[in-house]
Design a protein around this ligand. Sequence first.
Ligand code: CP
Length: 316
Amino acid sequence: MRHLVSVADLSREQAIALLDTAAEMAEVNEREIKKLPSLRGKTVVNLFFEDSTRTRNSFEVAAKRLSADVLNFTAKGSSVSKGESLKDTAQTLEAMGADVVVIRHPSSGAAHALATRGWIKSAVINAGDGTHEHPTQALLDAYTLRSHVHSESKGKGLDGVKVAIVGDIAHSRVARSNLILLKTLGAHVTLIGPATLLPAGLVSQADSSFYSLDEAIATTDFDAVMMLRVQLERMNASFFPSEREYSKIWGFNSARLSKLKPGAIVMHPGPMNRGLEIDSTSADHMNSVILEQVANGVNVRMAVLFHLLAQGDANV
Ligand code: CP
């Protein structure tokens, strides 16, 4: 593995190896001194052209826990406002000694371009490109799921685990990456949302799909329900009648939570629109693993950096 641009590039064995390494990183993160020397002398560049709280900060924490130097770039306040291109920005930062570039960009395909066009020599990690993919989010979601369905999870996939992905599927790079990775790991994936937000190309890759969340919950004993953020900023048309209507039909709430099987978990990649796709009772419920997902993001990103920079191709 030279780059991580798409989860479609990961075999089942590679994905499980990354999850197993993340489990080892979790043990490090439980120690008093949460530090490994593995990436001493390496530099991680966070190249963020879009806002982020979880992804950017957890990559920074992950890199520092592996003893790497970190250079944080955000487009706001940079020479991008003077017209500097992605290529020139990336080459400029690489000239300061980057070994890996973690890129978030509003354009689908930006990470692929950086990894394949020969502009830079560094490894590239896709931290979310437009509506295309968010590979490390899918890995941390799979890690979180695996830790809940298997008490001893090392070496295991997610065979037969039933996952509902609910909401704004059309604009969600999280949904796309999760669908691909969950299928690679053997899970049974159901997509649920308004017809306007359920693209046929993704529905055809899922095991089932529903326009009604209530019908889906009544039909399937889900192990996990993954709610998606309604991405109002990416919507240039009216995809549903009103936010009130959306919340009533597709929002997750305590009534729907009470109909899940005991122990089923509630997930959300964040940031949440509380009161729209999820209510506060469900978001803060003991079955919600939303903050656990955030914590696991550090474990998984340490694993990805470790595999790309410290371990080479041999084990992934
Ligand atoms: N889940 C996620 O990507 O969150 P951020 O936008 O805060 O990084």
